[in-house]
Design a protein around this ligand. Structure first.
Ligand SMILES: [Zn+2]
Length: 416
């Protein structure tokens, strides 16, 4: 656990470092577009990759912490099950103790009853003796010797003996009964005491388990606090990563704007880098480059080195991305993007295509790379704009650009 805490601190330090670095990187987004370099973007991408690594590390730690927590929770559950077993056991013992208490009460009542009977019997005996004494005699012996004749003496003797025997037997029976009840009561009290002892033992075991559970609860609380600390770091990293990503996207957009012209007033973007602005062929009549005979050129040609990126002039859906065959063979590798305003743009003679049919593209996205496939004598982009299917002069849409036309050795600025 101590190990985990150290790791957390190390990562926290990194997060804090980034939190300090990121706001400093922020102002780059408002620098003039020309200041953006690929190296700058690459450095930010490195930062983003570092953040992703840190996030992975935190996620690994979170997984470890979760495992620890699960183990502790399992232990807690086990302890609670044991405590529950003991709780039931104590409840059973309590029931037994209550039963013993009832039985002991019963025995106490029996004892009281037999004591009362004994007392009653004793009093009866005393009253008999008193009655005899009140008749003028002072004792059994007096009764015996007070007999007028032997027959009366025998009668009196028998009577006295019977009374004594009867009294004795009753008193003895009562005493035996009392002794028995007292013994039974003592046995019950012994049994009850044994149960009380068992109860005390179970309560001690319960207290021990409760102590263990309290300790586990503390561990769980510690783990949970670690967990929330890690989650907070993860959230912080996510926030930093999101901020960094949007910063990178901003810079990339600026970079792209540096490479490309901003969209013209008509909303179309020059399909090549801004500095590739010399045309070799205009729209309309011109001699066929192969036969030299007059031909109607369907777009504009812009020479550029092989592999130069070609950008979508407007956002839209790629409706064609093929190597041209049949009547379209002359286009070579070409792409047509359909825009929502009824216009479409065509990019031909590509060395390779970067989009496929059906794909949605944003203005400025790379759709392919300059090449010389199809009816072409050198690396160049053949670019067309169509309005509701009819070809128009693309330059009508770039009147606010500075473009040149090279014919033979002469480069002239186009008057748009
Ligand atoms: Zn062309």
């Amino acid at each position: 656990m101590k190990q985990g805490k150290r790791k957390i601190r190390a990562v926290l330090a990194l997060v804090l470092t980034l939190a300090l670095v990121l706001p400093l990187a922020g102002p780059a987004a408002v620098l003039p577009a020309s200041a953006v370099t690929q190296a700058e973007i690459d450095a930010l991408k490195n930062d983003a990759s570092d953040l992703a690594d840190q996030k992975k590390e935190i996620q690994a730690q979170l997984n470890e912490v979760k495992e620890d927590k699960d183990a502790a929770l399992e232990q807690k559950q086990l302890l609670e099950e044991q405590i529950e077993v003991i709780r039931l056991e104590i409840s059973n013992i309590n029931t037994q103790i209550a039963t013993y208490e009832d039985l002991i009460d019963q025995k106490s009542q029996e004892l009281a009853q037999s004591e009362a009977q004994e007392q009653e019997q004793y009093e009866l005996f005393c009253s008999r003796v008193r009655a005899m004494e009140e008749e003028g005699e002072t004792s059994y012996w007096a009764i015996l010797f007070g007999s007028s004749d032997f027959s009366e003496l025998l009668d009196n003797y028998m009577m006295i003996e019977e009374i004594i025997e009867y009294d004795n037997s009753v008193m003895e029976a009562l005493a035996r009964l009392q002794e028995q009840v007292e013994q039974e009561k003592a046995e019950l009290e012994e049994a009850k005491a044994a149960q009380e002892e068992a109860k005390a033992k179970q309560q001690a075991a319960q207290a021990e388990l409760q102590t263990q559970e309290d300790a586990v609860d503390q561990v769980i609380a510690q783990i949970s606090s670690q967990e929330s600390q890690l989650k907070a770091m993860e959230a912080e990293l996510n926030r930093a990563a999101t901020a960094l990503d949007s910063q990178i996207k901003d810079l990339e957009r600026q970079m792209s704007a540096q490479i490309n012209n901003v969209p013209s007033e008509s909303g179309f973007l020059w399909p090549l880098a801004a500095n590739i602005n010399v045309l070799s062929s205009l729209y309309g009549s011109r001699p066929d480059p192969f036969t030299g005979r007059p031909d109607n050129h369907t777009g504009i040609d812009i020479p550029a080195s092989r592999g130069t990126p070609i950008y979508a002039s407007k956002s839209g859906v790629v409706i064609t991305s093929v190597y041209g065959t049949g009547s379209a063979w002359s286009y070579g590798n070409y792409v047509v993007v359909s825009h929502s305003d009824g216009t479409s743009t065509l990019y031909a003679h590509m060395s390779s295509r970067a989009v496929s049919q059906g794909q949605t593209v944003n203005q400025g996205d790379v759709v392919g790379y300059v090449g010389t496939t199809g009816n072409s004598t050198g690396n160049h982009l053949h670019f067309e704009i169509r309005v509701n299917g009819s070809r128009v002069d693309p330059l009508n849409y770039f009147k606010d650009l500075t473009l040149y036309y090279r014919s033979g050795g002469q480069k002239v600025k186009l008057d748009l």
